[in-house]
Design a protein around this ligand. Structure first.
Ligand SMILES: NC(=O)c1ccc[n+]([C@@H]2O[C@H](COP(=O)([O-])OP(=O)(O)OC[C@H]3O[C@@H](n4cnc5c(N)ncnc54)[C@H](O)[C@@H]3O)[C@@H](O)[C@H]2O)c1
Length: 432
């Protein structure tokens, strides 16, 4: 079976690589010639643990190739996957121009029956949109089907997630078409849900928005903990032990970022508006998420007596550990506020520094975690990389001008940090 994957980002490159690992012939297509040239030479455009080794092995086995030629790649394939970005547009609605452009081009490559699978996260109705764009742009009269197959991988564990999916969701016009796509996953899981296209499209938004809701709920509880003297970590444990709730996604912190949760909450809200439903729950989820770093900054401002002339270290720029993705990362909101109010920012991340320089050129990027502590008035932990958990805090404290540590992810034990001489602040737990 020949597969064509369009878009070699976090989703497309990982999906294509895993399909080739499963034995299919895969061509990964991107319009970014630099990315494709790099991939042909073994240079990964993204950081994902284990990806390079798998890409190299499958390229060597002759099952994985890269191309900028979408039309001829489609021509030689049986199933075509759309994996391009759908970032939020100005009004919060997902930007559909990449999906539209790809659908137009796919039409030109349709020389016999093929299935076009949409893996990008897209609003309800996109299956029909893609079908009609392809239909209007066909260069010869051929049959085709459009399927929705939303992706649930997490950056940082994308290879593992793709090899071990909780479930595969396939939205198709009929069972036969759904089962053809389902057969691609047969060695990975028995949990395949075949639905209509609209339900599959909505399952993705509902899943991400629900996870974001859990996070915002716990962050709102953390605000209440700070006011009442309760400890959010103890509350989290007690709440999470209820099997009906579950312990995942209950960590209080600076809020959710990344290229998916904020965008998908906005996308769900936008769909609701289109159908005149007031989904005000999602408004609140996003509002709590915006307030969380502001409350954190307010406490830091109070402790330092303002940011003017202060030197502040930031640990972690990626939106979460084990990725180089900085899209919608909380570090950038925090650094922008500090810099605007006159602070000098020393920033460090194990992987995401190159991406960060373009996003916030006014920060000083340093080479080691310890360099970000040199003569600082405070250190802020934004991303919970393992390197930070294992840091030598004796050295860290000695490097700092003032031993003020703000932990935005509650990864340290408050008592231990105080015993090490820090003025330690975290989220929803008793202050120093
Ligand atoms: N990143 C995640 O963790 C994740 C998880 C699940 C679902 N998703 C969804 O999957 C989709 C892709 O996300 P991503 O993070 O992989 O995006 P990305 O930005 O990393 O990659 C998208 C790629 O598509 C390419 N592209 C754009 N237009 C093209 C065109 N006309 N022809 C060929 N290539 C084109 C871009 O050059 C880019 O390389 C989005 O809808 C996203 O919401 C992402």
């Amino acid at each position: 079976m020949n597969l064509c994957i369009i878009g070699t980002g976090y989703v497309g490159l990982v999906t294509g690589t895993i399909f080739s690992h499963l034995g299919y012939n895969v061509v990964c297509v991107d319009r970014d010639a630099k990315k494709i040239d790099g991939l042909k030479q073994g240079v990964m455009p993204i950081y994902e643990e284990g990806l390079k080794e798998l890409v190299d092995a499958n390229v060597a086995a002759g099952r994985l190739t890269f191309s900028i030629d979408l039309v001829s790649s489609v021509r030689e394939s049986d199933i075509v996957f759309i994996c391009v970005g759908t970032p939020p547009g100005k009004d919060g609605a997902p930007e559909m121009k990449y999906v539209r452009a790809v659908a137009e081009e796919i039409a030109q490559g349709l020389n016999d029956y093929k299935i076009v699978v949409n893996k990008s996260t897209v609003p309800v109705g996109t299956g029909e949109l893609v079908r009609s764009i392809i239909q209007e742009n066909l260069t010869q009269p051929v049959a085709f089907d459009v399927v929705s197959n939303p992706e649930f991988l997490r950056e940082g564990t994308a290879i593992y997630d793709t090899l071990n999916p909780d479930r595969v969701v396939i939205g198709a016009v009929n069972r036969e078409v759904g089962e053809k796509v389902a057969s691609l996953y047969q060695t990975l899981t028995d949990t395949v849900q075949i639905t209509d296209i609209a339900s599959a499209e909505l399952i993705k938004y509902a899943s991400n928005s629900f996870l974001a809701t859990k996070i915002s709920f716990m962050n709102a509880v953390s605000a209440l903990c700070e006011l009442t003297g309760a400890d959010v970590e103890q509350v989290r444990e007690g709440v999470g032990q209820d099997k009906r709730i579950g312990s995942a996604f209950l960590n209080a912190g600076l809020g959710f970022g990344g290229s998916c949760f904020p965008k998908d909450c906005l996308g769900l809200l936008h769909t609701a508006k289109r159908y005149d439903y007031d989904f005000h729950l999602m408004d609140s989820v996003l509002r709590v998420n915006e307030e969380q770093p502001l409350r954190f900054l307010a406490r830091l401002r109070e402790v330092l007596g303002g940011f003017e002339g202060k030197r502040i270290g930031v640990w972690g720029l990626a939106f979460k550990p084990n990725t180089d993705d900085i899209r919608d990362g909380k570090a950038f909101e925090i650094m922008a506020a500090l810099i605007k109010e006159g602070a000098e920012v020393l920033a460090y991340d194990p992987i995401a520094i190159d991406n960060s320089r373009k996003e916030q050129p006014a920060a000083t990027y340093v080479d080691t975690a310890l360099d970000a502590c040199k003569d600082v008035d405070a250190l802020i932990l934004v991303t919970e990389w393992r390197e930070f958990k294992e840091a030598d805090f004796e050295e860290v404290r000695k490097s700092m001008r003032l031993p003020v540590l703000f932990d935005g992810r509650n990864i340290f034990n408050p008592k231990e940090m105080r015993d090490k001489g820090f003025l330690y602040y975290s989220i929803g737990r008793a202050d120093a």
